[in-house]
Design a protein around this ligand. Structure first.
Ligand SMILES: *Cc1c(COP(=O)(O)O)cnc(C)c1O
Length: 339
């Protein structure tokens, strides 16, 4: 069955106006002895772009189908998901409630005020805060409490859940993203993607397998170690296969994660993160973000070093955006021995 037919019963509200480009990185290819390509999902268009735009097409599709007037979402203080959701809400004439979790310790003032936080305020979203960073169920519960208050006031809230026990609607956007990528470039040897909630990784892998692409898809861990992330991905892939109505055996044996670029932890910039970020900017004029894509590129470099990616191979990396966070991390990026 075609992907289009499998997705028929999921309401989708289009937020991307066109396909995103795939570009060859000529100078970086020479430098690394690779044939390196970048899928530019930092250029998805809506509200400074990024991977969440594809995911939100299905969340807002469902929200609109339910007649919602307010969308509630939770994430890290510099979350691109909450910023993108607020931008989508603005475009569609809905209200947005953004719950910001204190996931990253010891951050400076700019982290709490600039980058995505500033954009959320410009978008006019309501901001609430959640004191914990590693409590997905608690964060969802707090969001539901806010939703109940809104409902009592006569509003019609729709909650975008963080927890893994909910259907991974956002992954559907990356099933289509995988199909799109394979249409643009299909003769690659390895794909490299960030793996956070796993929606992007699971969706892309599923989309690629459904169109017959067999190349390995490495998920670079940005939040949890390899073991935890592989377990998480398994759950997301199963749920996704159930939702779409095919057997999970298509994808379950294909889970590849790598956590060699995760240190010092989620949302914290280490030397390898900073080096990857500046190497890409200074070689290609392409910006990576400090939380996800710099770690993903550091992961690609690590896989190359370990021989899991071989010289001469055709490699495609997914650029998932996140660039507003550069400004939220200004203090952590600048300084002696830094940029
Ligand atoms: C959220 C995010 C990711 C991780 O995507 P998941 O679907 O949660 O795994 C990667 N890169 C950027 C820039 C993000 O904002």
């Amino acid at each position: 069955m075609a992907i289009k037919d499998m997705l028929q019963r999921f309401p989708r509200r289009r937020l991307l106006n066109s396909e995103t480009p795939v570009e060859r990185l000529d100078r970086m290819s020479d430098l690394l002895s690779l044939d390196l390509w970048l899928k530019r999902d930092d250029l998805t268009g809506l509200g400074l772009g990024g991977n969440k735009t594809r995911q939100l097409e299905f969340y807002f599709g469902e929200a609109l189908a339910q007649g919602a007037d307010t969308v509630l979402i939770t994430g890290a203080v510099q979350s691109n998901f909450v910023r993108s959701a607020a931008a989508a809400a603005a475009r569609l004439g809905l209200e947005a409630v953004l719950q910001l979790e204190q996931r990253v310790p010891d951050m400076g003032a700019l982290y709490h005020s600039s980058g995505n936080v500033l954009l959320g305020k410009i978008l006019g979203a309501e901001h609430i805060s959640y004191p914990m960073g590693e409590d997905e169920a608690g964060a969802d519960h707090a969001l539901h409490q806010r939703a109940e208050t809104l409902r009592a006031e006569g509003r019609r809230p729709y909650v975008i859940h963080l927890g893994i026990d909910h259907p991974p609607l956002g992954a559907l956007g990356y099933v289509l993203g995988g199909e799109e990528l394979n249409r643009q470039i299909s003769d690659f040897d390895v794909a490299v993607v960030p793996s956070g909630s796993g929606a992007t990784h699971a969706g892309l892998l599923t989309g690629l397998r459904l169109v017959g692409q067999t190349a390995p898809v490495y998920g670079i861990c940005v939040r949890r170690d390899q073991e935890q992330q592989s377990a998480r991905l398994k759950t997301v892939l199963k749920k996704l296969a159930d939702m779409m109505g095919f057997g999970p055996s298509l994808t379950l044996n294909d889970i590849l994660t790598w956590d060699g670029a995760l240190a010092p932890g989620y949302g914290i910039i280490g030397d390898t993160t900073r080096e990857a970020l500046t190497l890409m900017a200074r070689t290609e004029g392409v910006f990576l973000d400090p939380v996800y894509t710099a770690k993903t590129f550091a992961g690609l470099l690590g896989l190359l070093k370990e021989g899991r990616i071989q010289p001469g191979q055709k490699v495609v990396m997914l650029h998932t955006g996140g660039l507003p966070a550069l400004f939220g991390y200004q203090t952590e990026l600048e300084g002696p021995g830094r940029v």
